[in-house]
Write a protein that binds this ligand. Structure first.
Ligand SMILES: [Zn+2]
Length: 235
């Protein structure tokens, strides 16, 4: 086989592997980001529950203050019962006291409901905290695996690039330039197989019978008339 064609076939094999590994190098950090985002979500769930518990506690304190105010109001009203002069005034104060009593029981119910909510939130927080700890340790293990993989891919890539450099130096520079131009223009494939069905495997267009004969002889470097890729025959 033509020496240049042989070199190009080897070069293409290396470039295809390098492109695959480049995609891995681009993809793996996204995997790490997804792992970290999932830990972040577990953290957000915990923070939300903590925030709700804080709000609930504040609401309880506010209602307790309201209750104190209500109690003071009642004491004043009860004292007034001894000061009023007429039955009419007496009845009015009794109504006032009754309203204050109702307000008190409403506030007590509200406080009770808030305390129950607080208990449920405390349970939620314990669960969210446990979930976060699980997610963190899972995430750490997963991230370590991905980072290891990334380091391995980067090392393999460095080796392949060095190998490619060696090989590329053996290709005549004008041919190498043409090859690299094609590689960019043709989605990473500068070479294509000439198929027995007389078509180019790169673009699926027909190859003239005479050209196919020459390609099969392996003595000439021929390109596809349609896509421009170097054609080769696989024995
Ligand atoms: Zn073609």
């Amino acid at each position: 086989m033509d020496r240049d064609l042989h070199l190009l076939i080897e070069l293409q094999a290396l470039d295809t592997r390098i492109a695959g590994l480049d995609r891995e190098v681009a993809r793996l950090p996204k995997e790490i980001a997804a792992i970290q985002a999932s830990v972040g979500e577990a953290k957000a769930v915990l923070e939300t529950a903590k925030g709700r518990l804080d709000t609930t506690r504040k609401n309880i304190r506010a209602k307790e203050k309201d209750l104190d105010v209500s109690q003071a109001k009642r004491s004043r009203s009860e004292a007034r019962l001894y000061e009023v002069k007429t039955n009419k005034e007496y009845s009015a104060v009794l109504i006032e006291i009754e309203e204050i009593k109702q307000e008190k029981s409403r506030l007590e119910e509200e406080i009770l409901a808030l305390m129950e909510l607080g208990e449920r939130l405390a349970v939620d927080i314990r669960e969210a905290d446990a979930q976060l700890k699980r997610r963190e340790s899972e995430g750490q293990a997963q991230e370590a695996v991905v980072r290891q993989k990334l380091a391995a891919v980067e090392a393999e890539l460095a080796g392949l690039r060095a190998e490619r450099g060696e090989l590329a130096r053996q290709v005549p520079p004008p041919l190498l330039a043409e090859y690299e131009k094609l590689l960019k223009a043709r989605a990473g494939l500068a070479l294509a197989e000439a198929l027995p069905s007389q078509i180019c495997a790169g673009c699926r267009m027909a190859i003239r019978p005479q050209a196919l004969l020459e390609i099969r002889s392996g003595n000439h470097l021929l390109t596809c008339e349609n896509c421009g890729r170097y054609l080769y025959w696989r024995e």
